[in-house]
Design a protein around this ligand. Structure first.
Ligand code: ADP
Ligand code: MG
Ligand code: ZN
Length: 459
């Protein structure tokens, strides 16, 4: 029997805000442990949380970018559990009334997006453990997908596209290595054709998007093999180990938490006014998909170019600036993709400088090959193309008068080729063109030289 996988992802994203979710402490990665703390985020009894409006704004912005329905009324709930990373014994989250519902990432549905506070981070040493509260209280957005994915590649595509949107909107930097984006993957298997879902397993502890893909590939095979042996899959949470490439049981359903959610009494519900919603809506940036379509339509680029350029918002912005000042947007795209992309972080070439280089090539001032030389020099020195062309004496001979003299010389020196051409050997012109270029010491504009030659030979 053939089996297929069903996958749903729960993604936690740390929002890029200056301060924490319910207190004024700074959010910063890599600070000395327990230096960015106060009684609120340390979970002292009797303190009062104050909502960070910017975090709510960024969650709504995310919802709008992902096509969600924004709740005009939502509220906070306490999710109760005891764990060293949460000493007040509950996390403030949103349970039945999340900020956003519905929406999509590509062809995959989103169930909901809610906002909560991140927990502290535990560290385990040889004989002791430590807890760093700098992370506690960081605004954390949870995006829950519908069980719409069917393969590890689907999950990879979902996460890549989601990340692209969130980074593009300035919501989060989504660096998985820094824990700014964390993904739990839910996966079950079922016989192909079966409508009902199988029992799902939740996988944790992946720290890259490709890690999620690897973990899912392993887990799907493990489940299919187990089912084929006649075993039953039970609901459990498993941990992925990227070094050994296997998942292992973390906790089973019997040990599942009962969170005993109830409304948070210390916080007002969140009411989003029409005016605020309209204001956030105006801040929604152009989405990657729309930008790709525009690049194809407006600059006449192939889909592939649009895809590559739009993948990085700063590359796309650079491209647009360069293309704006150019008559040849496709050539600009070629230069960006083949010469600039790999070292974009170190790039010092201004968009207008690249446009100038492309124009010099298009005008026949220099050849495409010389263009590479100019580009390299430009990258190293920051000088303009015109300056480099002059300094290196690269300018092609495009002066018709001067070229005509060289053409006459070449014709006079090679009567046999002239006769060959006149006898019908069209290829003889190439030899003559070569002679003109040789006489010019390689500087003759080949196209113009060819034109003058043809005119003289035929006339
Ligand atoms: P839980 O209450 O256990 O967290 P949810 O219903 O909230 O479960 O779903 C959590 C995630 O698991 C969602 O992304 C959802 O799409 C996915 N999911 C739910 N059922 C299944 C299933 N049978 N197989 C795979 N994924 C599933
Ligand atoms: Mg869940
Ligand atoms: Zn604090």
């Amino acid at each position: 029997m053939e089996y297929e996988a069903v996958i749903g992802l729960e993604v936690h994203v740390q929002l890029k805000t200056h301060s924490k979710m319910f207190c004024g402490c700074a959010t910063a990665f890599g600070a000395e442990p327990n230096t960015l703390v106060c009684p609120v985020c340390l979970g002292y009894p009797g303190v009062l949380p104050v909502m960070n409006a910017e975090a709510v704004r960024k969650t709504i912005l995310s919802g709008l970018m992902l096509g969600c329905e924004i709740a005009r009324f939502s509220k906070w709930d306490r999710k109760n559990y005891f764990y060293p990373d949460m000493p007040k014994n509950y996390q403030i989250s949103q349970y039945d009334l999340p900020l956003c519902k519905g929406g999509r990432v590509g062809k995959f549905g989103i169930t909901r997006i809610h906002l909560e506070e991140d927990v502290a981070k535990s560290f385990h040493f040889a004989e002791t453990s430590g807890v760093d509260f700098n992370r506690a209280g960081t605004p954390l957005m949870e995006i829950v997908s519908e069980p719409d994915m069917r393969s590890p590649e689907d999950a990879f595509a979902y996460l890549t596209a989601l990340k692209e949107v969130l980074i593009g909107g300035g919501v989060s930097d989504c660096d998985m290595e820094k824990g700014q984006l964390r993904c739990d993957a839910n996966v079950s298997v079922r016989p192909v054709g079966e409508k009902k879902f199988g029992e799902k397993v939740e996988i944790k502890n992946m720290n890259s998007i490709s890690g999620v893909r690897r973990a899912l590939a392993y887990e799907i095979q493990r489940q299919i093999a187990a089912v084929k042996r006649g075993e039953t899959i039970v609901q459990e949470t498993r941990r992925w180990d990227d070094d050994t490439s296997v998942t292992s049981v973390m906790r089973t359903k019997e040990h599942a938490h009962d969170y005993r959610y109830f409304p948070e009494p210390d916080l007002m519900p969140v009411e989003v006014s029409a005016a605020w919603l309209a204001e956030i809506r105006r801040a929604v940036p152009e989405l990657p998909e729309a930008k790709r379509r525009r690049f194809v339509a407006h600059y006449g680029l192939p889909e592939y170019d649009a895809e590559v350029l739009v993948a990085d918002a700063s590359v796309a912005a650079y491209y647009e600036q360069a293309a704006a000042g150019s008559k040849n947007p496709k050539a600009i795209s070629n230069w960006v993709m083949t010469e600039l992309l790999a070292k974009f972080a170190e790039n010092t070439i201004a968009p207008a400088q690249l446009a100038e280089l492309v124009a010099a090539i298009d005008a026949g001032q220099i050849s495409g090959k010389q263009g590479k030389e100019v580009f390299a020099e430009m990258f190293a020195t920051g000088k303009n193309a015109a300056v480099i062309i002059q300094e290196k004496g690269l300018a092609q001979l495009s002066d018709a008068g001067a070229l005509e003299g060289l053409v006459d010389q070449a014709l006079a020196a090679n009567p046999k080729s002239v006769a060959d051409f006149k006898a019908g050997n069209a290829a003889a012109i190439n030899f003559l063109k070569g002679q003109v270029i040789k006489l010019s010491k390689g500087k003759a504009n080949p196209q113009l030289a060819g034109e003058i030659l043809a005119r003289k030979l035929q006339g």
